[in-house]
Design a protein around this ligand. Structure first.
Ligand code: RNT
Ligand code: ZN
Length: 418
């Protein structure tokens, strides 16, 4: 597409939006500052770099065997940089503990420390990228069905130690980058079959979390992620939505909303305005659940758009952190990053382009027809022209031009991986 065409389309869009009372230049400024936290684990199907990595466990699964997944840290970094070069704006990177620089050395989960991540800190600095972090309770011989809610004290203590160390790592990362590092704590603990010890497991989860979260750090922010069920853990999840809402609001801790972790007809968007009255901030794991927590690549579907609209309508853009969380091994993995990141960003753009004040006033004045009409019109407003302009100003491919670049990278790089 010719630059002139893009600018011309944007000029018309700008006028259309001005008629709505929306200043597209202001929106573009806001979008420029909007940062996703890109998950590192799309590049290699959540395998990580522990020297003796075993099969994936802990209720999650990546399906598909598309060739070219990253086999080591250099390939992963190259893939992420390639993806970032095709996504406008500057985005954070979200690491899991198993993505440390092990260099072939076995460091068990209860022994991890910042030395595994100093290379990442340097890399991130070099590429002007802020890091977020995650403890990794899954895919380990001691993961089983229960980690920090395990009645076996040795196993419980092993994972408590891991999670405490992960918080210290996150704090060191945060301090090094002079920007708080968000650390997500997802604990898969649950039961495949009927259980008569729900209270016991939940009591242990509460006590373990109290212990893990006791220390206060200046440069890290922990957040807690609930789930409906995991594969092989279908009957009960210890860290349910109720558990974490109660825990987070009582203890003033951030909550993570993974869009795949609720019942299929439940609206995650609807939760934002309630939760933000009671918890300090939210972390998102934007995913696309197809029938279950399937972790399909994020697209601009109605639930995702509504989620971003609700955040903007609640004036909460600064109280939310925008993590992505999907892992599709069935298509080009760099393409998956780009599609999902651009989709989330476009949802944010559309939310920001809404003539919020006008529609709010409509509703408060009981002008239901006008409100509905404007919400319908929004759907066909020329937001795409604004996004194209944004891409152009950020020097990244406009429209579907990124497809050819990913095909080229596949020919030159990923297809050559064994
Ligand atoms: C799993 C959770 C969790 C993981 C990542 C890898 O259901 O969503 O967030 O996807 O930590
Ligand atoms: Zn998640």
């Amino acid at each position: 597409m010719k630059d002139q065409m893009i600018h011309a389309a944007y000029a018309i869009a700008k006028e259309r939006y001005a008629e709505w009372g929306v200043d597209t230049e202001k929106v573009l400024d806001t979008l420029q500052k909007f940062q996703l936290s890109m998950h590192c684990w799309q590049a290699d199907d959540v395998c990580g770099f522990e020297p003796k990595a075993g099969a994936m466990s802990g209720g999650i699964q990546s399906t598909g065997n598309y060739p070219g997944k990253a086999r080591n840290i250099d390939e992963l970094r190259a893939d992420i940089l390639k993806a970032k070069s095709l996504i406008p704006g500057n985005h954070r990177l979200n690491l899991h503990e198993i993505y440390g620089e092990f260099n072939g050395k076995a460091v068990d989960r209860d022994q991890c420390d910042i030395s595994l991540f100093s290379g990442w800190i340097d890399w991130a600095k070099e590429h002007n990228t802020k890091l977020d972090f995650n403890s990794t309770n899954f895919s380990h011989p001691k993961s089983g069905s229960l980690t920090i809610s395990n009645p076996d004290k040795d196993i419980r203590d092993f994972w408590i130690e891991h999670m405490k160390r992960c918080r210290a790592i996150a704090n060191a990362i945060g301090e090094a980058q002079q920007d708080p590092c968000i650390i997500n704590l997802w604990i898969h603990d649950g039961s495949k079959d009927l259980t008569v010890n729900r209270l016991l497991y939940r009591t242990l989860l509460k006590e373990s979390l109290d212990d893990i979260l006791r220390e206060k750090y200046p440069w890290e922010k922990p957040c807690l992620e609930s789930k409906v069920f995991g594969i092989g853990l279908e009957t009960m999840t210890v860290g349910s939505n109720d558990f974490y809402i109660a825990y987070a609001s009582r203890n003033n801790v951030m909550l993570t909303l993974d869009t795949g972790h609720f019942h299929p007809t439940e609206s995650v968007a609807d939760k934002v305005s309630s939760l933000l009255l009671f918890v300090p901030e939210l972390m998102l794991h934007v995913s696309r659940p197809v029938r279950w927590d399937s972790d399909h690549v994020t697209i601009m579907d109605d639930p995702t758009l509504e989620l971003f609209q609700e955040i903007v309508r609640a004036d909460a853009t600064d109280r939310v952190h925008y993590g992505l969380d999907y892992f599709d091994g069935s298509i080009n993995r760099i393409g998956a990053y780009v599609i999902g990141s651009r989709a989330a960003q476009r949802c944010m753009l559309r939310a920001l382009l809404e003539p919020a004040n006008t529609i709010r006033t409509d509703e408060l004045n009981d002008h239901g027809f006008q409100k509905l009409a404007r919400l319908e019109e929004e759907k066909s407003m020329p937001w795409q022209a604004v996004y194209d302009e944004f891409c152009l100003r950020n020097n990244v491919p406009v429209g579907s031009d990124f497809i050819a670049e990913i095909e080229q990278y596949e020919r030159d790089v990923t297809s050559k991986r064994g």
